[in-house]
Design a protein around this ligand. Structure first.
Ligand code: R5P
Length: 293
């Protein structure tokens, strides 16, 4: 297998190459003055099983998706035998159904675009909704980085912390974290108005008095969910509040707002390279790619 180092995930791809022992192939890229993307794979892929590592997180997630499609096309034209897109953060995954009349299913459109470009298989990490993968035009898999995030807190001495998910739908994430942490787990409830996007969070029967609580979520975008959760946890007497997410998008001043809300540390992964990407997905992705080879 060869690892193609997508421009959006160069460091992660190189780590995967080092862990797996699969050779890495660099990619030259630039943006033309009119904003269009250019990529060129700098190595032979003839007859190879190829994994293109390229996250599609903001900013400029559309450009990152196009770079991925262009790399898949280039790999195919270069004679690659099989192309696996390794996309830690898959943009548009939250539009996985038509919530309102007149909408499309954006994540399916993205998958079909990648298929047309030459992708044979896709590996992502903690996609917002796994059932969405069943409608992709190729085999697709979502790995979970939650155990790695929980392990980070164990290493910091917070084993037995309370694992909380900010809504019931994410309870499976809190359960996975609990398996590593060994403490208790629970969830808040969150209702979203589909027109305004406003959410209301509540806590029914949650007892976290004196506890160290880690809020686990798949995505932190504006930070509103975590800020709301932190407020509830403080009211309920939590002693320490941390948060962990797989995809720390941290749009605008989200990071500051979360810390101002009393969260002691924000921990994310390198699916979104940045100030909170303290946990690398390299071991998780390497294990998967080795199993595929
Ligand atoms: C939604 O259900 C997700 O799991 C996250 O909770 C959400 O995307 C976080 O968004 P924000 O940070 O804007 O509240």
């Amino acid at each position: 297998m060869k690892i193609v180092c997508g421009p959006a995930s160069k460091e992660l791809a190189e780590r995967v190459s080092a862990l797996t022992g699969f050779g890495s192939v660099p990619v030259a890229f630039k943006t033309f003055p009119d904003g269009e993307s250019y990529v060129r794979i700098e190595g032979s892929l003839k007859g190879e099983n190829v994994a293109i590592v390229q996250t599609a997180c903001p900013p400029a997630q559309d450009g990152k998706l196009f770079q991925l499609a262009f790399m898949a096309d280039a790999a195919r034209r270069g004679g690659a035998e099989k192309v696996t897109a390794v996309v830690p953060y898959l943009a548009y995954a939250r539009q996985d159904k038509t919530f309102l009349v007149g909408e499309g299913v954006s994540v399916e459109t993205v998958a079909r675009m990648l298929k047309a470009a030459g992708v044979d298989e896709l590996v992502t990490v903690n996609i917002h909704s796994e059932p969405a993968l069943e409608h992709f035009p190729f085999p697709a898999k979502s790995l979970s980085a939650v155990p790695l995030l929980a392990e980070y807190f164990v290493q910091k001495g917070y084993s037995a912390a309370f694992a909380l998910s900010p809504d019931k739908g994410a309870m499976s994430i809190a359960r996975q974290a609990r398996q590593v942490l060994g403490g208790d787990a629970g969830h808040l409830d969150k209702e979203r108005d589909r027109y305004t996007g406003q959410t209301v969070q509540t806590a029914k029967g949650l007892n976290v008095k004196g506890e160290t609580v880690i809020v686990f979520d798949d995505i932190i975008s504006t930070g509103g969910t975590i800020v709301g959760a932190a407020k509830i946890l403080r009211e309920k007497g939590a002693k320490h509040v941390f948060c962990a997410c797989v995809h720390g998008l941290l749009i605008g001043d989200a990071e500051k707002r979360i810390l101002d809300a009393g969260v002691e540390e924000i921990v994310g992964t390198d699916s979104v390279p940045g100030s909170v990407s303290k946990v690398s997905l390299a071991p998780l992705l390497s294990q998967e790619l080795k199993a595929q080879e």
